[in-house]
Ligand binder design. Structure first.
Ligand code: AMP
Ligand code: GLY
Length: 429
């Protein structure tokens, strides 16, 4: 079989790497891919970009199955176009992808289906948004409505910060947001306390198959300080997701979401990612839905997946996810993101990367923003690599990943030195 992976980041490298291991697969194409997918055995990068180009490519190459990595092509209707052309693809339709592409859609959906989430208000007029903040006080969370690559959320510790965020989003339009609709809009919601986890499932419209739990590190700097990013590292499993918490997330968030989408006439197919906050008593609340796998969560998750991913995709497309289980490596997988100077602002590009050859046992360096220039692998964006390693314990996985990080270099390289710290604390207590 030939498969097509759409996207070019770390998540897509991990997907392509895993898919290429399947006995059933002869070729994996990645559009557009990166320097890492280009060097991966059995994987070929292709330049096709637009939806019509991708559809035409899939037809011509007789692609058996396609999968979309990032949110933007999903929100643009890639799945709808492939299906209309009679091509098999695993992912949500444009309408279903609104769970991520519009915070307002997602909040209204959660309220309608009684899915636990922070109390909120939606505003397109700055004066009303400011008044809401004054009435509710801080801490409070201000979110741009639309896709903003993880950077459209301001967790405001003070009322002044919240007012500034409203000005930036509604008045100065200082945050790059891709909008499906017209003008700008913000969602303002209560601050939730607790520990975050990423809970990702595959859905076929009716049934779900939960993937292994994971936890991301959203802040730029050690100790969870600094600005929010797309994610600076991740590991799987997440100890905060105990069997009890797992059952509650499924019962209170995931199943009502998939059933609610079906009831609303927008059946949800594809990966569904719930960002959850778990309070001290173990109550889960929904921070966000994403209509795709997490990046960098996918990298450790794929390192642990033992099942053939193609089989899982087929069950997802055929509506039979209730008939399969996924098998996981018992070990911990942990990934450290190496980011370029300037990230999460404007990253420096074109720096040569060294130390990528011959990674250690149980390690895999997934590329994200890399390209090839004059035969050398160079940086081409913010999150450059995700160095991922397996280990018998969190400590071992962490040690293995950082040993590999120490071999890699590019100018301005920045990374956190404490990926996995919450899992280590959980083990000690
Ligand atoms: P989101 O894109 O909505 O997940 O927000 C990005 C990050 O902001 C989350 O991963 C959380 O760390 C934080 N965040 C979002 N909403 C809240 C909230 N209501 N309370 C506390 N932190 C939040
Ligand atoms: N790592 C968070 C995300 O993919 O949205």
């Amino acid at each position: 079989m030939k498969l097509l992976v759409i996207g070019g980041g770390g998540r897509e490298h991990a997907l392509a790497w895993k898919i290429a291991q399947s006995q059933r697969v002869s070729h994996v194409f990645v559009a557009p891919g990166n320097a890492g997918t280009g060097r991966e055995p059995g994987v070929v990068n292709v330049a096709q970009q637009t939806i019509p180009e991708l559809v035409e490519f899939a037809r011509r190459e007789r692609i058996a199955l396609s999968v979309v990595g990032p949110e933007a092509p999903l929100a643009a209707g890639t799945v709808d176009a492939f299906r209309a052309a009679g091509l098999k693809i695993f992912g949500p339709t444009q309408a279903a992808a609104q769970l991520e592409s519009s915070k307002d859609f997602a909040k209204a959906f959660m309220v309608r289906h009684r899915i636990p989430t922070a109390r909120h208000g939606t505003f397109d007029a700055a004066a009303e948004a400011h008044a809401y903040v004054d009435a509710h006080g801080a801490p409070i969370v201000v979110k741009a409505d639309g896709l903003a690559a993880g950077k459209g959320v301001v967790v405001a510790a003070t009322v002044a910060e919240a007012h500034a965020a409203i000005e930036a989003m509604l008045v100065e339009h200082a945050i790059a947001v891709q909008h499906a609709g017209a003008g700008s809009r913000v969602v303002i919601e209560d601050f939730l306390e607790g520990e975050e986890a990423s809970f990702i499932v595959m859905a076929d419209g009716k049934h779900v198959l939960a993937l292994a739990s994971s936890q991301d590190h959203k802040r730029l700097s050690d100790g969870d300080r600094g600005p929010n990013t797309g994610g600076m590292g991740a590991y799987s499993p997440a100890p905060v997701v105990t069997p009890e918490v797992h059952a509650r997330i499924m019962r209170e968030i995931i199943l009502p979401a998939v059933n609610g989408m079906a009831a609303d006439g927008i059946p949800y197919t594809g990966f569904l990612y719930a960002g959850v906050m778990i309070d001290a008593a173990g109550n889960p609340s929904t921070l966000e839905f994403n209509c795709r796998l997490g990046d960098p969560e996918t990298q450790p998750i794929m390192m642990r997946l033992k099942s053939d991913l193609i089989d899982l995709f087929e069950h997802g497309i055929n509506g039979t996810l209730d008939q399969v289980d996924a098998e996981w490596d018992r070990r911990v997988a942990l990934g450290v993101v190496l980011a370029a100077a300037g990230y999460p602002g404007d990253p420096h590009r074109g720096d040569a990367i060294s130390g990528l050859d011959q990674p250690g046992e149980g390690c895999k360096v997934f590329h994200a923003a890399t390209s090839v220039a004059e035969g050398k692998v160079v940086t081409s964006g913010g999150r450059v690599l995700c160095v991922t390693a397996l280990g018998d314990t969190v400590r071992h996985a962490q040690r293995n990943a950082y040993a590999e990080v120490a071999r890699i270099h590019f100018d301005g390289m920045q990374y956190r030195t404490d990926i996995g710290h919450r899992a280590l604390a959980a083990r000690r207590s």
